[in-house]
Design a protein around this ligand. Sequence first.
Ligand code: PEP
Ligand code: MG
Length: 588
Amino acid sequence: MRKGIAVSPGVAVGTAYVIHEIFVAREGEQLDGEQVNAEVARYERACEQTADDLRALIQKVASQVGATEAGVFQSQLTILHDAAFTKRVRNWIVKERQPAQAALRRLLDEYTRIFARISDDYLRERLTDIRDVIVRLSSHLTEVLKPGSRAISGPLILIADELLPSQVVAIGDRPVAGIITQTGGTTSHAAILARSRGIPAVTGVRGILRQVRNGATVVVDGRDGHVIVNPSPEVTSAYRKLQREFVHLKDSLASNFEQPAVSADGEAVELLANINHLADATTARTMGASGVGLYRTEYLFLTHPDVPDEDEQLATYREVIAASPNRRVTIRTLDLGGDKTIPYLGHSREANPFLGWRSIRLSFEHPEFFAAQIRAVLRAAATADEKGPKSDVRLLFPMITTLEEIRRVRAMVRRAGRALDRQKQPWKEVPIGLMIEVPAAAVTIDNLLDVVDFVSIGSNDLVQYLMAADRDNPKVSHLCQPLSPPVLRVLDQVIRACRRAAKPVTLCGEMAGDPPAFLLLYGMGLRSFSMSPAFIPAIKELVSHLTRADTRQLLQEVLELKTAAQIARVSNDRLASIAPKLAILGTR
Ligand code: PEP
Ligand code: MG
């Protein structure tokens, strides 16, 4: 049994599909003289097939997700056509008689060494693209086991060091039952994909690639983050039973998408979706969200081949508004920096990127760029109304630390409105909100509430800053726990302050979709939650079992506890007694 971080709940038993085994490079082997030409031809055919794959992917992603998202594969096509890239591989085949596969491995090793010296996160991300191209080329050179081929069948457990963008797309509709990765935390590509599709997943399982072979039976337990390789027949059958329950539960819950979220004692609860792309807005609708509570706009910038200008942003925001349930969308302005950087904003290496020049701090340094985003949102809010029922668009500002910052934001929004008036552009005034994710803002919330129309608690960041524990670092994940005494105290204070001031408050961090955490937030009086769309059906079911009195009493009990372990135990036990069938959907 191996331990990792539970990033997407549920359990799965399946057949291992190890993504790194694509590289069965025949190192050391040399080609005979007469094999060289055939190997070059084979390599060139693989290049053509890879280019065809990428062109097809660009089309598919552009039509199904959006042109900006297809930009990733456009960059990969450029890498593939880069003369330095293909020429070096060809040279090694011809001059050193290396098999193409080994030459590709060597190229990847070289790039990995070069990139290891680069400190810029964005550039380092480009290594992912290079690796993606090499993996794809390599798959055309080897008889790899493809998911769905006869050699490997049944529900698959994908195992990888990290999941690459192409693998995420290529998984498509294949029966992926679980995901395990060696690296990454709760916000890695793999975690986001898994949660948005409701697939149990565990990240940060170090050394798993050395342990597992393709075709092995593997258990993924996304409740507490453990993984079992080649389990005994008894363990396998126990987990298969749990897996059947999990799948059955998910299917039966998804049928509640048209029902409103109402508690056992008749209170209406707002369940909103967190989205990163246009396609997620449609998922939000099918999962039964009543709106979008967090649209992370930075993904539009991160996946764009260059810079999306005001009109491009306007077009995207309009589409997102039209696709969202009840045309309700809380649009968060750029939240870049930390682990998300784009090259044109002048990022340089920082000793502590999460404590440095990120998010709203970075937006302030690029006022014209930031103002263009604000104008695009104000315009999108107005045009959405011309085309159909009234929209409900709100503007949310991330990582606010001080009163001065939120005042400055308000002044910028006013200026944006005046600029649009001068240009005779239609626009609409929208509510302005701040994210509570910095402890400084949480403890001075009373001072900030006068200046905003609503509040959204970003518990992912709030927890990491409060606990001084990086949310993406598996080594400190035991500290980065929302269900801990300090975090619950602060959340309770923030929610109380908002309720006292009658300011609408939502929580949009991952804990909103975690059933035991949900119980406690509900007990604090919170009635608006935004989460990965896949969690909505289960949380809606949970809400139907809750009463104000019971959850309050549970909260009182929990606030007396002194350790995270005790809190987790008590809230999980309570979940098991309130809604026993949902226990499988929590992460412990
Ligand atoms: C958060 O910090 O809780 C949040 C919702 O924002 P993000 O995960 O994008 O940082
Ligand atoms: Mg955040």
